[in-house]
Ligand binder design. Structure first.
Ligand SMILES: C[S@@+](CC[C@H](N)C(=O)[O-])C[C@H]1O[C@@H](n2cnc3c(N)ncnc32)[C@H](O)[C@@H]1O
Length: 374
């Protein structure tokens, strides 16, 4: 562990020197997560938990890892999109351990949909883990090296956008927008703010009123990804599931320290400058900005709702009922994790689902739609 930290430190200090002594946080976060052989997602340590992992052997658990009923329920809206586009193609971006595919593929097969399941994954380690998880589905699953130029079908991204590096900003006492970056000082990383460039300053001023001392972030890479989707999604829809809020809640005066969070062995912290490369770094999603970026690139914003409302409307309870009838013991064992998916105090309310698309109707899951809140 210490050796890894030393190698990451040397890598970042070399980069810092090349960049003139100051690194924007976005670049620091990119390296911390994705530097080849060193980053959190690219250096082979065990990150994503499965429910059977011993406590402390992983850093966080996502919905498809928590319960196979998440993926099974997703089969309903995915089937809707495939039917609308007359396609059998599903593309999952950022597939983690492959848990979502492992629960979605059998559910789609049960609906008579022998889909072509494409995965795009930036982490070579996770891609290997996905190949192990999905070995039984191998002929149907293919891995892509880059986004397709054209795609018709259903795109899925669970906790994809929150893993993209963010730019940090803060308002000075004089109400200037500053960009937060890092410098090396006295044997360690420390924050250093510089005047934001005009593009960042304009974006921040458009999104929130000036509040001296307020610190937050914008995820321009995720917005760029959403904008790019409009170029390659010829027909179909993307379902993007993540934790976050509409813009007015995101930049609420009380959220004055932003939403940046780190995870290491199930412990959360707010200090991304420690355990660099060993801990996950993530920020919540501004869903208004994601919807705006999709809309600006010609996509229709089809729906936005909480994870709980989405799963219940897409038939989570009906799926569970079939389990209750066929295997009461398994049903009881599953209840606890299913509750976590929908409970307001767990993932039910903080996590949202955004659907954007082209030539596709609104899939099931959005009856309690909150598009008006974006
Ligand atoms: C927080 S994990 C979520 C994994 C999985 N979807 C789940 O819910 O368990 C983020 C995933 O997105 C991948 N990722 C991040 N940026 C990506 C990008 N631009 N393209 C493809 N995958 C990406 C990471 O390597 C990782 O697999």
């Amino acid at each position: 562990m210490l050796e890894h930290l030393d190698r990451m430190e040397a890598h970042l200090r070399e980069l810092l020197e090349k960049e003139g002594g100051w690194l924007p946080f976005e670049r620091f976060m990119h390296e911390a997560l994705y530097a080849p052989g060193l980053g959190y997602y690219t250096a082979g340590s065990r990150k994503l938990a499965t429910p059977t992992d011993s406590a402390g052997s992983s850093d966080f658990i996502t919905a498809p890892e928590l319960s196979p009923w998440f993926g099974a329920t997703l089969s309903t809206p995915v089937a809707d999109v495939l039917r609308d586009t007359n396609s059998l193609d599903v593309l999952e971006v950022g597939a983690g351990t492959g848990a979502l595919a492992a629960s979605l593929l059998p559910a789609l097969a049960e609906l008579g949909l022998p889909v072509n399941y494409y995965i795009l994954e930036v982490s070579a380690d996770l891609r290997e883990r996905q190949q192990q998880t999905l070995a039984a589905w191998e002929p149907q699953v293919r891995w892509l090296d880059r986004l397709p130029e054209r795609f018709r079908g259903c795109v899925l991204g669970n906790e994809l956008l929150d893993a993209m590096p963010v730019r940090l900003f803060c308002w000075s006492q004089e109400l200037e927008v500053l960009e937060r970056g890092v410098v090396w000082h006295d044997h360690g990383w420390t924050w250093h703010d510089v005047p934001a460039d005009s593009a960042l300053s304009r974006i921040v001023r458009e999104r929130m009123p000036p509040l001296p001392g307020y610190l937050s972030e914008v995820n321009l890479q995720a917005e760029g990804w959403m904008h790019g989707l409009g170029d390659w999604l010829e027909a179909g829809a993307a379902l993007l599931i993540d934790y976050g809020f509409p813009q007015h809640e995101y930049y609420h005066p009380q959220r004055h320290r932003g939403t940046l969070m780190c995870h290491f062995r199930h412990q959360a912290s707010d200090d991304p400058l420690k355990l660099v490369g060993l801990q996950d770094i993530t920020a919540h999603i501004d869903f208004t900005a994601m919807a705006d970026a999709a809309h600006a690139s010609g996509l229709e914003v089809l729906g936005y709702t909480s994870q709980a409302a989405f799963l219940l409307d897409a038939g989570l309870l009906e799926h569970l009922q079939s389990l209750r009838e066929s295997d009461a013991h398994a049903y009881v064992l599953q209840l606890n994790s299913v509750q976590k998916l929908i409970q307001e105090s767990e993932m039910g309310e903080l996590f949202k689902v955004l659907a954007v698309g082209r030539e596709a109707a609104v899939p099931r899951g959005f009856r309690r739609d909150r598009l008006h809140s974006l």
